[in-house]
Design a protein around this ligand. Structure first.
Ligand SMILES: [Fe+2]
Length: 326
């Protein structure tokens, strides 16, 4: 699946970097950045030893440009630069929203990276883990921090943004259920970030389709939990429960889900949490021509689908969180 609309020119593959993201970087850029010209050529506008120039980025934005480009071989450097900026968030005192935004952006990038490469190598895994740790830390600081993660721009990268929102809700629900072990947060956070990794193997983007899926498309979509588990199993360091979350996230509490038709507590506890968070995140994000739903409405939809979710966890989720954003 092509999430980044790469352009291949002169033997190089150019990937998009949002100008709003670039403006979050502090200090040295660390990689060359290019402007895409109208005739399809790329012009280098920043060298790796340049400092980020917000004024210039602002000028590009004012001209209606949303992206600069970097070469695919610099992808790791780009994420590294991004995470470096995120790591310095401790410097930003009393700007909670900005801190959350930086962490969220880095988490989105780390998921995009996995979707682009369809691989969870040790580098990808360490970025994902770092993102989960940051998200957990912010969510643990205060309950209302959850609200700071809700603003998503969905012009592209639906899956990565949905994954991050699922992780945010999964971590928040777990914490409210009394989970306090870093290891448990890591498992559930990674499982949530990676739950739809199997979608990266599809030849189309179901979330962009506004009609009902055709039977062959639906069949392909139903294969994504297994495909995802297969991708994840290739990394021997990934916790088994993370793979379980990926494989089981479309099972239903009443046994009518897929792919294994597991029932009730045959489905792992962490998966039952992620499954609720996944559905909730999908409802409060705009999708397939539908605008974003209010929380109250989204809870109503979840409760209408009796049998899909663990009723105890769903009730707990509603009780603890509905009032936060009603
Ligand atoms: Fe899924």
């Amino acid at each position: 699946m092509n999430l980044v609309s790469p352009h291949r020119v002169g033997g190089y593959l150019y990937l998009k970097a949002k100008i709003t993201n670039l403006s979050l970087i502090r200090g040295l850029i660390g990689l060359p950045l290019f402007l895409r010209m109208t005739h399809g050529k790329f012009l280098q506008v920043f060298h790796e030893t340049d400092k980020i120039d917000k004024e210039r980025l602002n000028q590009y934005s004012l001209r209606g440009l949303y992206y600069l480009y970097y070469r695919s071989e610099d992808r790791e450097k780009y994420i590294e630069t991004f995470l470096r900026s995120t790591l310095s968030i401790a410097d930003i005192k009393d700007i909670e929203f900005e801190k959350s935004r930086l962490v969220k952006e880095a988490a989105i990038r780390s998921v995009e990276q996995v979707f682009e490469t369809q691989e969870i190598d040790s580098q990808n895994l360490s970025w994902l883990t770092l993102s989960v740790n940051h998200l957990t830390r912010i969510l643990t600081e205060k309950n209302s921090a959850l609200l700071e993660f809700l603003d998503f721009e969905l012009d592209e990268g639906y899956l990565s943004q949905q994954a991050v929102l699922t992780a945010v809700f999964s971590l928040a629900i777990s914490r409210s259920m009394g989970v306090d072990q870093p290891k448990s947060f890591q498992v559930i956070g990674l499982g949530a970030l990676l739950h739809d990794i199997g979608m990266s193997r599809l030849n189309f983007s179901p979330h962009l389709i506004e009609r009902q899926l055709y039977p062959d498309e639906w069949e392909e979509v139903q294969g994504h939990p297994k495909e995802g588990a297969e991708i994840a199993s290739q990394n021997p360091f990934l916790h088994k429960e993370v793979i379980q979350i990926i494989e089981q996230h479309h099972e239903r509490f009443d046994g009518e889900g897929y792919p294994l038709k597991l029932k009730g507590t045959e489905i792992g506890l962490a998966t039952r949490v992620v499954s609720i968070a996944d559905s909730f995140a999908a409802l409060i994000l705009p999708r397939g021509g539908r605008s974003r739903m209010k929380w109250g409405e989204a809870f109503d939809v979840l409760f209408q689908d009796v049998g899909k979710f663990d009723p105890k966890i769903l009730k707990h989720f509603e009780k603890k969180f509905k009032k936060l954003n009603s």
